[in-house]
Design a protein around this ligand. Structure first.
Ligand code: BES
Ligand code: MN
Length: 461
């Protein structure tokens, strides 16, 4: 049976790609209010698509963006249940001029599908949708019960999914949750996620005057908010990349010798960083390796910084304000609210007289560790090995997936995470893409995983 379903998926590859192209053409950018209708369009498209392939599906309204929920219940109630998570929202495409083809005109080039969201996360969750479709079309059913929960606020750290999960624990009851929203190490090296970092995101505005000023009439006689903000921010890290905010590292667990040895086994190095980014060298806390810095150390970064005149030519202006967006990646032991407060305190402490600060907060989430000692995780390992031909490695991810902690709290079930994308997919950057081969492998891995779960003794949901 498994072989027949896999063969059907291979035969249906073109159609699977067409579905993904349709979805990627919808500019469901959650950060930008102008795309509110596109968010709804994407959720509607998805619920219809899930119904088309034979599931019960609908849109669950929240105070924010709708959540698409779908399910197929196995007639044998003792069969296990898999909950598949995904997010249909995408990051803003800017800077648009850096794209070779339009971010929302999905384009196939050199074996990749180029579009915003192709890899993060539309292509990855659609691989699961196509796997389900392949089972349904070939056998008229699935080897186990399946639920989909696909949200629209992941890229903005939204709060409504967390509320939905807490309120709907019975609806979401399952034996294992599956998430594909990370990446392989390479086309032939799968990775199962062992942990993720948390996030605190804030915006700060420095203000001096009530309006922009002539920089000749007033320059040298009042504070310059851009200069003041630059000085404040420059002090938040030392020259070697250590965060200077007092107490920032207080709750960071010191890695044991054994943990460091385990992390050192990952085939990931400065050379990967250089090759993947185009930076001339890696940079960060010198006492840690790049693997440790990515997964087991917190950081603070400027995500955006602006103020004054940035158009063509020159304008002699002394801006009234300057602003920055900042975020911290956190490791599991750190409390996001505490870190947020410490960062704000430090920014205020560094603020010179004559400059007033205001803050805006864009949500927070804590880091998580995954319990890998579950039969469902072993089933995912086997599915990955059979698909990619290599035993998956376990790795701590640098990115964040707030849903993981919400699911752990509400369901207490294993969370099986296998990324289908590649490090060179340009997620959150111009020319995001998803390799067609990765899509096919994702579909295959998902088909195998559902098969393996269906063979497990009995549902525990
Ligand atoms: N898919 C990413 C998370 C990710 C990236 C995991 C790379 C592993 C490797 C996800 O869509 C994402 O970008 N999450 C945000 C969450 C934030 C807005 C709360 C992130 O990490 O910036
Ligand atoms: Mn993302």
């Amino acid at each position: 049976m498994l072989e027949t379903v896999l063969a059907a998926a291979r035969a249906g590859e073109q159609q699977s790609l067409e579905h993904l192209i349709e979805l990627c053409a919808i500019p469901s950018v959650s950060a930008q209010p102008a795309h509110a209708r596109d968010i709804r369009h994407a959720s509607l498209w998805l619920s219809e698509h899930l119904r088309d392939i034979g599931l019960r599906a609908d849109m669950r309204e929240t105070a924010g963006n709708p959540i698409v929920y779908a399910e197929w219940r196995h007639p044998d109630p003792t069969r296990p249940t898999v909950l598949i998570y995904g997010h249909y929202d995408v990051q803003p495409p800017e800077p648009i001029e850096a794209w070779t083809s339009d971010p929302f005109t999905p384009t196939v080039r050199d074996g990749y599908l180029y579009a915003r969201g192709a890899s993060d996360n539309k292509g990855q969750f659609m691989a699961h949708v196509c796997a389900v479709e392949s089972w349904m079309r070939t056998t008229g059913g699935l080897p186990c019960s399946v639920k989909f929960m696909i949200e629209g606020e992941e890229e903005i750290g939204g709060t409504h999914l967390g509320e939905f999960i807490a309120r709907n624990a019975a609806l979401l009851a399952c034996d294992v949750a599956v998430i594909s929203d990370s990446e392989l190490l390479s086309r032939t090296q799968p990775v199962i996620t062992q942990g993720l970092r948390g996030l605190v995101y804030l915006e700060v505005e420095a203000r001096v005057a009530t309006r922009d000023l002539h920089s000749g009439s007033y320059g040298g006689n009042v504070q310059n908010p851009a200069m003041a903000l630059a000085q404040i921010l420059a002090g938040l890290k030392d020259a070697e990349g250590r965060v200077t905010v007092p107490g920032f590292y207080d709750d960071v667990r010191v890695l044991s010798v054994a943990e460091r040895a385990e992390l050192a086994r990952l085939p990931f190095s400065e050379a990967n960083i250089v090759a993947e980014t185009g930076a001339s060298m890696a940079f960060g806390e010198p006492e840690f390796t790049v693997t440790e810095r990515r997964g087991a150390r917190p950081t603070l970064e400027i995500n955006g910084i602006w103020g004054g005149y940035t158009g063509p030519g020159s304008k002699t202006v002394l801006p009234a304000t300057a602003s920055a967006k900042l975020s911290c990646r956190l490791v599991p032991n750190q409390d996001p609210a505490t870190i947020q407060a410490r960062v704000v305190d430090e920014i205020r402490r560094r603020c010179p007289p004559g400059v007033s600060l205001s803050f805006l907060f864009h949500g927070m989430s804590a880091g998580t560790l995954i319990d890998l000692d579950a039969p469902e995780i072993r089933a995912l390992q086997a599915a990955a090995q059979d698909t990619y031909g290599a035993r998956p490695l376990f790795a701590l991810e640098g990115g964040s997936l707030p849903v993981v902690l919400d699911l752990q709290r509400a369901l207490g079930k294993p969370i099986a995470m296998l990324g289908f994308g590649l490090p060179e997919d340009n997620i959150h950057a111009p020319n995001e893409r998803f390799a067609i081969e990765c899509y096919a492998h994702g579909i295959e891995a998902s088909i195998r995983f559902l098969d393996a779960i269906g063979r497990m003794p009995s549902g525990r949901a």
